[in-house]
Ligand binder design. Structure first.
Ligand SMILES: *Cc1c(COP(=O)(O)O)cnc(C)c1O
Length: 409
């Protein structure tokens, strides 16, 4: 692209919710020749990685790794848990839950969606009621998105578990943590999550290309149900997606059903070293909390007296810590200005309106996930303020002061 201005030259920052900013160290760890996949160092590395992945999800469950993105994690979990015709409940607080439900239907699973109004969480009471109404226990799982990357709404997973238990229902709790893992606090075992899903390119600070399933005992048991045959519907488990060989296969090659994603594994090991042993998981969560607080403080100020600027999730208790979605009239113009004049790329609004709808351009998302710190987030906010000023987009004063104060909290 030919630029007529100079403001964008320098280090670009893609503040989009995945792929996130990757540490140079992670990229350097990947810059090497091919390792031996049959013995030695790589096998030790994978054993260590499984322990680290368990630690990052706070679980003692099994870990299955796949070459694939987040959608592959959706498919992998469904393939192991369900047979065609099974029913699941999808509490959807935004686009990702709806898309997930569509994906499940595409695999032959009957997905019943309980959707909330934009910016509001799904009421766990509704989930409980739907489970109580399922007297025959046909619903096999509740499939919840931890942080919806489109609205930035965070779902209280422990409250969903409590709703399932209150209904006395055997449904499993499956959590899509793709946008939240290693950003938002997540405690798989303590919160009663049976299966958690994530991908490499968001909080885990590694290039896209790997996804992960953490599988608790009850889910592994459910996955042993025979599929196919008379009366049992068509099994969805195929050799490539089957999680047991990946969790506990006797042969190393079973862990990836073939060649391992060798270089991703080196990058991931470096990222987990940084997350778990250098910064520490609690501090990683605290850093994202603080960065999110800075962004929220700025939006609050911009929106004072200017209701056309507003975060989609009004209540901070329900906001994810990795991304902030907002309505901002002229959002598309502001995004273009930031890219061309400031070297900052913000996320587009997702699922807010159809492309033909004039409202579609009035949304944007600021990501603050992964290898991001105070100066980067303050820089994005200051650049946004500069863009709004340059484009004469009306906004309330004091956003940068408010963000700076939040940074010092
Ligand atoms: C990014 C994301 C996905 C999809 O991941 P891909 O790697 O793009 O397939 C699914 N769910 C959530 C919550 C996400 O943030």
């Amino acid at each position: 692209m030919t630029r007529t201005t100079t403001g964008a030259f320098g280090h670009p920052y893609r503040a989009i919710p995945g792929p996130s900013v990757m540490p140079e160290r992670v990229l350097r760890a990947m810059h090497r020749g091919a390792p031996d996949i049959y013995k030695g160092e790589l096998h030790d590395l994978v054993a260590r990685l499984c322990d680290d992945l368990r630690a990052v999800a706070q679980t003692g469950g099994g870990v299955a790794m796949y070459i694939g993105n987040g959608h592959a994690a959706w498919e992998a979990s469904a393939a192991n848990l369900f047979v065609r015709g099974d029913r699941v409940l999808v509490p959807a607080a935004g686009l990702f839950g709806l898309t997930w439900a569509g994906h499940l239907r595409g695999m032959g699973v009957e997905a019943e969606v309980i959707a909330s109004a934009r910016g509001l969480p799904v009421d766990p009471g509704q989930v409980e009621a739907a489970l109580r109404a399922d007297g025959e226990g046909r619903i096999r799982a509740v499939m919840a998105t931890h942080v919806d990357t489109a609205t930035s709404l965070r779902t209280d997973l422990a409250a969903l578990r409590a709703a399932i238990d209150a209904a006395g229902h055997p449904a499993l709790l499956v959590a899509d943590c793709i946008a939240s893992l290693a950003c938002d606090e997540f405690r798989m075992d303590a919160w009663g999550v049976d299966v958690a899903l994530a991908a490499s390119q968001k909080g885990l600070m590694t290039p896209p290309g790997m996804c992960f399933l953490w599988v608790g005992e009850r889910a592994r048991e459910a996955g042993r149900r025979p599929g196919g045959g008379a009366g049992q519907g068509a099994g969805l488990r195929t050799p490539h997606w089957a999680w047991e060989p990946r969790i506990e296969g006797a042969e190393f090659s079973q862990r990836f059903n073939g060649t391992a994603p060798t270089h991703h594994l080196y990058g991931l090991a470096e990222a987990l070293e940084m997350i778990l042993r250098e910064e520490g998981l609690a501090r990683v969560w605290a850093r994202h909390e603080r960065l999110a607080g800075m962004v929220w403080a700025a939006f609050e100020a911009w929106g004072q007296g200017h209701p056309q600027i507003a975060m989609l999730v009004g209540d901070p208790a329900h906001r994810g810590r990795s991304v902030t979605a907002a309505q901002l009239d002229d959002g598309a113009r502001l995004r273009a200005w930031l890219e061309q004049e400031a070297g900052v790329t913000l996320g587009v609004g997702l699922g807010m309106a159809s492309a033909a709808d004039p409202q579609a351009s009035g949304f944007l998302r600021v990501a603050h996930m992964g290898h991001v710190n105070t100066h980067m987030t303050l820089g994005v906010l200051a650049a946004m303020e500069a863009g709004m000023t340059a484009l004469s987009i009306p906004h309330g004063p004091g956003a940068l002061d408010a963000a700076a104060r939040a940074a010092g909290r």
